[in-house]
Ligand binder design. Sequence first.
Ligand SMILES: Cc1cc2nc3c(=O)[nH]c(=O)nc-3n(C[C@H](O)[C@H](O)[C@H](O)COP(=O)(O)OP(=O)(O)OC[C@H]3O[C@@H](n4cnc5c(N)ncnc54)[C@H](O)[C@@H]3O)c2cc1C
Ligand code: HEM
Length: 369
Amino acid sequence: MSNLSKLLKESWTLVEEYQDKVAGYFYARIFLSHPQLRDLFPVQMDVQRARLLGAIVTAVQSLDDPERFDEYLRSLGRDHRKFHVNPEHYDVVRVALLEALRTFAGEQWSIEYDQAWRDAYDVIARKMIAGADADTNPPYWHAEVLTHERRGADIAVFTCRPMQPLEYRAGQYVSIECRYQPRLWRVYSMANAPRKDGTMEFHVRALGAGWVSSALVRRLKVGDMIRLAAPMGSLTLERKSTRDIVCVAGGTGLAPIKALVEELTRYNRTRWVHLFFGAKHRDDLYDLADLNRLAARYPWLSVVSAVSEDPGYGGEQGNISDVVARYGPWKEHDFFVSGSPAMVKATLRRLAELQIPSIRIKYDAFGDM
Ligand SMILES: Cc1cc2nc3c(=O)[nH]c(=O)nc-3n(C[C@H](O)[C@H](O)[C@H](O)COP(=O)(O)OP(=O)(O)OC[C@H]3O[C@@H](n4cnc5c(N)ncnc54)[C@H](O)[C@@H]3O)c2cc1C
Ligand code: HEM
């Protein structure tokens, strides 16, 4: 561990137990000194769910190797254009961050700690600002909802079309905001490869108390306008790879996987694609009929479905990670994994046990791992 990250980790332990208070102070400090910044943040904002402070702390703490995060930080900076963030705002946030940390750390806070946070923050901010400056896209796209279909109690599949072209790669995701939860952005993966008519499909599961997902599933309707921000993510196909492919999807984690399959339908003839689709109950296998249609049409595609809490189901039983391990062997395959953090974690653990080199595994977890 570098000296910088040692200082960052050590100093964070001084305030960790007061996280909510640190956050309260941090936001109050920003909004009191710069009231106009309040308009950048969600209308309904409670400190526990507010995202900025936690995100900065995570970014700063993982700064051991800033170059590794270069592309991520640039795209995060580009993505921040959707919030109307400009370079001066970074100073305001840094001042508030340091003051909040200092206030709650008490006497053990030192000049070294102060400098470490300042340095780490500035490295990140510079990369984010550079990413935003270099971006020639609009800060966000307006898109019209074209179709909206409920697939069971908690899942919806909807399509929309941006008013201006939005270029992305199959497997990527975008932030979405809708009028039912203004200025609250959450990321969702496109479930289709880019199409000539520009339409984009999304698969969303409403989490119990989730603000944006519930609105997208239960309130969004045809004709609504939503906003989309710049595409991000690297769960994308290497066209040059000749390896066969294993896709592992949990619930709406199917979305980016389906986009990859759609891309493959355009050129693939030689790579076998094994798609594993898992959920708790059969009702959550919301897109299985379409997957089976694709498998019937493309001889290189096979689909295995599994449920973990539905004993009467005729397909495979168990967690999808275990089901994948039962098939195989998978020594020479490229892997794409997508789903809840628990599902992704379990699958990565399984693949490690099967001695699959991590370089051949790409994954997106739908939350913090
Ligand atoms: C790269 C990526 C791609 C994603 N793609 C998709 C996608 O294609 N489709 C999709 O549906 N989602 C996707 N997500 C998840 C999505 O971004 C949101 O996190 C999710 O929809 C919840 O947002 P929310 O505003 O509804 O919930 P929030 O209001 O942000 O609350 C979510 C929090 O509430 C808690 N929570 C509340 N209820 C529940 C519950 N029933 N179960 C578990 N936790 C609960 C959890 O702690 C969670 O952290 C993706 C996430 C990432 C990081
Ligand atoms: C080191 C600098 C920063 C980092 C690492 C960072 C990182 C992040 C991340 C990862 C998110 C969550 C992603 C999302 O919801 O799309 C976020 C949200 C946000 N950021 Fe930043 N950010 C930084 C600086 C700033 C600055 C200077 C501003 C301007 C005031 C800002 C405004 C916001 C807003 C408004 C949100 C949404 C908050 C919410 O939904 O609760 N960020 N940031």
